[in-house]
Design a protein around this ligand. Sequence first.
Ligand SMILES: Cc1ncc(COP(=O)(O)O)c(C=O)c1O
Length: 392
Amino acid sequence: MNRIPRDTSGEPNPLAVLTLDDLRLRTSEKWRAYPADVLPVWVAEMDVPLAEPVVRAVTEALAIGDTGYAAGTAYAEALAAFAERRWDWGGLAVGRTALVPDVMLGVVEMLKLVTGPGDPVVVSPPVYPPFYEFVAHMDRKVLEAPLGADHRLDLAALEEVFESAVAHGGRAAYLLCSPQNPTGTVHTEGELIAVAALADRYGVRVVADEIHAPLVAAGVRFVPYLSVPGGESGLSLMSASKGWNLPGVKAAVAVAGPAAAADLARLPGEVADGASHLGVIAHTAALREGVAWLDALLAGLDANRRLLSGLLAEHLPSVSHRAGEATYLAWLDCRALGLGDDPAQVFLDRGRVALSSGIPFGTGGAGHARLNLATSPDILTEAVRRMRTATA
Ligand SMILES: Cc1ncc(COP(=O)(O)O)c(C=O)c1O
């Protein structure tokens, strides 16, 4: 069942607007980490112009010098309205939200609320590498419950790891990536209910990173973790950052389920001051007025997923790739190419194309590379051509 309302207002495909020359003017990480002869299809930035309402809102703020600290609940209200329309979820209560500087700092703050130093945090690799880095940096211990070979949550593995996580009597958390970066897996309602039941059985607290939630393919249903039976004690991080390409104007919202409201209430007020006021303005405009742009983007991403599958089948048939249901990232199993544990390094050295190495994504990452397909069909085609050159 497709419950996603689609806007058919004729927005152009944002992925087909900018040329390589336009993009090379950018000074962000994607475009400056490598020399100019390298084609970057790695870090999660999109090669798109921004949605016009976002540009307008930020430009107006700059014009009147509205660059102080963020105030109020406009972002959370816009997110609640979006969640209701998009995911049919009316349970995002603005009174159980807090502004946070960005998703990862929000994750750190939520984990601080429900665990202490030395406590375990369970993750399901392959998963976004900063999950490891931030958790280690905050003096928690990472435990892995890897996804199955089908890229879906392995509930038996999760139960085993939850059991060992609490065996010594401390507190424990599960940091869920939903949808999953890098595989694009959209966890089903049934899977999330099972996670909630396991978490309840073992007393593990769930923190869900739902930053990729707006980026779900046509016909696929995203289910917010806090909306499922048993998810009431969960904490979620949501943001317009990935959906509208706004990591340079950072902000995010932490959301507590009804049974986690008291935990979120312990979050120091100072944390909200870390969010950029311009970020809050940009994200609020995106959620309120950027839905037609998002739908045009999603149509472009669907087309790029099909294009990538065709290009790989034609030029690199031994690369195994299951088209994801969400995100704009493609997780490529390159083991059959015989390029060793880090094929991204070979693609870079021999083909001058930068993908993300699979290794930092944890168990299951070796022999894999992550490709960012939020770019023009021309650049995507050139990226695969360069990958093939590297294997020749
Ligand atoms: C799963 C996930 N969480 C968090 C982030 C980073 O978000 P932020 O910049 O808001 O910390 C990313 C960025 O790609 C991501 O993929």
